[in-house]
Write a protein that binds this ligand. Structure first.
Ligand code: NAD
Length: 289
């Protein structure tokens, strides 16, 4: 049995963070201020708390200043808009991240639209989505960007490869499909209603699994030599009641693949590293004019 190469997202993310730290230091010397990310958290969703804590820690390590803005679960929408308006107008803030999900009484789409596109480090603003779809410079969503950086470590060139994306969400599936298209891959986007998904996946040189469905992608879906990027993160009860995290691929069946990302330790660390890279990019763009 052959063993696929494990794409070490932790190491690749750590190298990216080191590069960001060096560039953040240069930025600080040039402009006399640190690249700054404002993180907005509404309510006390436990998973969001963990994500925000991780982002703050990683920012500190990479020389990015972060400010936290915590609002109660019952905050009126207007108060959140006021905060975003203030952050948009603050020249010492370069990136704004509103942690999702938001409480149900708040319209998340309207909130994301209110962020200055130049500070939209998540890349979710319609202006950045539009720029991504026309292939012009944009702040690109972090997880899809991380997937592309991982692919670049194992496939050269990407051009001409057939990529099958499983999942069509606005935060992963669609933007990663656009990035693959931009690199002249042939892209098939699939989703919950796709018929004959295993057969479609079997034609792929690259499988990007972003469905949130554990063990959806089985070993016999994978063409020999394909590269598999597993974006899925699902918490499942583990031995002794301790939850463990699993991806969308049956990791023990991936022996035909040339390379796979582990879960955890694959795409996850890249997402935060790309958030730091986007904050630095936004800071540079804002200061270079
Ligand atoms: P989502 O629920 O918004 O979208 C899931 C997509 O997968 C949908 O388009 C749906 O049609 C498709 N899908 C679901 N079940 C399917 C099935 N059985 N067959 C084919 N398609 C199916 O989810 P999302 O926000 O895009 O996230 C997807 C997964 O990626 C989740 O597990 C999420 O936790 C994970 N995620 C990881 C990171 C990271 O940093 N690693 C970041 C974002 C999301």
């Amino acid at each position: 049995m052959t063993v696929p190469k494990l794409i070490d997202g932790k190491r690749i993310a750590s190298e990216l963070c080191d590069r960001v730290a060096g560039d953040a230091d240069t930025f600080r010397q040039q402009y006399g201020l640190q690249p700054t990310l404002a993180v907005v958290l509404v309510g006390a969703d436990p998973a969001s708390e963990i994500y925000v804590r991780q982002k703050v820690i990683q920012c500190r390590k990479a020389g990015i200043r972060s400010t936290q803005h915590r609002l109660s679960e019952l905050t009126p929408e207007a108060a959140l808009f006021k905060l975003i308006g203030a952050l948009n107008g603050d020249p010492t803030v370069h990136g704004i991240l509103v942690q999702l999900p938001l409480p149900v009484h708040i319209d998340a789409a309207r909130v994301l639209d209110a962020i200055d596109p130049a500070k939209d480090v998540d890349g979710f603003h319609p202006v950045n989505v539009g720029r991504l779809s026309t292939g012009t410079a944009a702040l690109v969503p972090c997880t899809p960007l991380g997937c592309m950086l991982l692919l670049d470590t194992v496939i050269d060139p990407l051009r001409g490869k057939h990529a099958v994306v499983i999942g069509k969400s606005n935060i992963v599936g669609k933007p990663v499909a656009l990035l693959l298209l931009e690199r002249e891959c042939t892209v098939t986007v699939t989703h919950i209603a796709t018929q004959g998904l295993p057969g479609i996946a079997r034609n792929a040189d690259i499988v990007i699994a972003a469905a949130g469905a554990p063990r959806l992608v089985r070993g016999d879906w994978i063409k020999p030599g394909a590269v598999v990027i597993d974006v899925g993160i699902t918490r499942v009860p583990g031995i002794g009641g301790k939850a463990s995290i699993v991806g969308d691929c049956a990791a023990d069946e991936m022996e035909h693949a040339a390379a796979v990302t582990p879960v955890p330790g694959g795409v996850g660390p890249m997402t935060i590293a790309c958030l730091l890279a986007n904050t630095l990019k936004a800071a540079r763009n804002l200061h270079h004019g």
